[in-house]
Design a protein around this ligand. Structure first.
Ligand code: FAD
Length: 387
């Protein structure tokens, strides 16, 4: 087992661990098998206030920073659960907090903090444009006191378990803007109302138990007051939220990584083959030790990214690097864990194959490792733009 040296977040860790302990492996295994949603778990996290950690105290939250939020997400994944069911609320709220008007904050934040409303969804990705976000084709056209939305989104998560979604749409055609990142705006979409008035939801069955969907918009009308911030500046706002998302997902991967390390070190210490514990063989020790070193290194970058975000400093490079390092290290740890459990790693009752699938996602979503590398090459190293 990895040594658990107490840190300054120990109180948060202990409290989240205690809550998570009420939802043992069997609970998450059953939900995964049924492709269900962990309602009771998310409700318990909400009631205990953990999902409102970043909401200021005056709106009913705890007023904590991204660093503390990341510790909460890390502990959820480290317990064997998957924060993918509820992490959206943490970073979506950040967008509202930083760029919403006072009236919007007054309306949404207390209800999100109390758990009356969930803000778990963010609609950015589109089928025909993929990672090339500035080419999105979903449009929002202003007509009087409303915006009319037309277009399509894909891979939009937690729509069926959220009340609101933050939607990115083009308000000025690409051909009419000076910079391609201009002319996009973000909106709050009332999901249940939208389903009755122009939005169709089609679930996508996928490798992980991650509730995600295709969305089709046909003349969906939303009130103009649901626009967040200034029209045309939405891409800038969404980037802020994406940095928070990357740092939080890095923390989740780190939680996964420690979970794999704990499981595999225990198993290889106990499993005896050829008359000795398999963990006595260096061929078994080294991949585990290497993955552990990588997780520890990713952890440092995750704290750096969170500290910069909390200090309102630019953190694009650090958030991206943390996400890349953490996703790779949890995958390495998962691989070692699966490998050294031999055949038992494939048995669902060990939960390793489930966590293995869950952590693999983070090398593709919310941004692929290749796109992070190209961001660092261009923005940190000054290499020529490749696209
Ligand atoms: C389970 C799941 C949940 C998701 N949830 C959400 C959500 O809630 N909201 C949302 O908006 N989106 C969501 N996504 C979408 C996710 O963010 C995208 O899948 C991801 O950004 C990659 O986009 P894409 O699938 O269109 O891949 P593409 O853009 O088609 O890229 C495919 C692959 O090609 C490579 N590639 C592409 N361009 C380049 C390049 N220029 N250089 C080098 N390599 C390149 C990369 O390896 C990439 O993985 C989710 C996805 C999944 C699978």
């Amino acid at each position: 087992m990895k040594k658990n040296t107490p840190d300054q977040y120990q109180e948060i860790r202990d409290a989240v661990r205690a809550l998570c302990a009420e939802f043992p492996d069997e609970y998450h295994r059953k939900i995964d098998h049924e492709r269900g949603y962990p309602e009771a778990f998310v409700d318990a996290l909400t009631k205990a206030g953990w999902l409102a950690a970043m909401i200021p105290v005056e709106y009913g939250g705890s007023g904590l920073g991204l660093t503390e939020a990341s510790v909460i997400m890390e502990e959820i994944n480290r317990s064997g659960a998957n924060a993918g069911a509820c992490h959206g609320q943490m970073y979506n709220m950040g967008t509202l907090l930083k760029h919403g008007s006072k009236a919007q904050k007054d309306l949404y934040l207390p209800k999100i903090a109390s758990g009356e409303w969930r803000l778990q969804s963010m609609g950015v990705t589109e089928p025909s444009t993929g990672t090339d976000t500035t080419k999105i084709k979903t449009t929002a056209v202003k007509k009087g006191d409303r915006y009319v939305i037309n277009g399509q989104k894909v891979w939009i998560s937690r729509v069926q378990h959220s009340d609101w979604m933050i939607l990115l749409a083009r308000t000025t055609p690409l051909a009419e803007v000076k910079k391609k990142s201009e002319g996009m705006s973000i909106f709050m979409v009332d999901l249940r109302l939208a389903e009755k008035t122009g939005m169709t939801v089609r679930p996508i069955a996928n490798m992980v138990n991650h509730e995600t969907n295709e969305l089709f918009f046909e003349n969906l009308e939303i009130p103009a007051e649901n626009l967040i911030g200034v029209e045309g500046q939405g891409f800038k706002y969404i980037l802020d939220g994406l940095n928070a998302e990357r740092a939080l997902i890095a923390a989740e991967c780190i939680g996964d990584g420690y979970w794999f390390i704990d499981r595999v070190t225990k198993y290889v210490s106990e499993r005896v083959v050829f008359g000795r514990p398999i963990g006595q063989n260096q061929g078994v020790q080294f991949p585990i030790a290497e993955a552990f070193i990588e997780i520890e290194a990713a952890n440092l970058m995750r704290y750096k990214a969170c500290a910069l975000f909390d200090a309102n400093q630019p953190c694009g490079a650090e958030a991206n690097m943390a996400k890349l390092l953490a996703a790779k290290s949890s995958w390495e740890a998962g691989n070692a864990c699966l490998q050294f459990h031999g055949g038992f790693g494939f048995a669902t009752e060990y939960d390793i194959e489930r966590k293995f699938r869950e952590t693999r996602l983070y090398q593709v979503a919310p941004i692929s490792t290749n796109l992070i590398l190209s961001y660092i090459a261009e923005h940190e190293l000054g290499l020529p733009r490749s696209f």
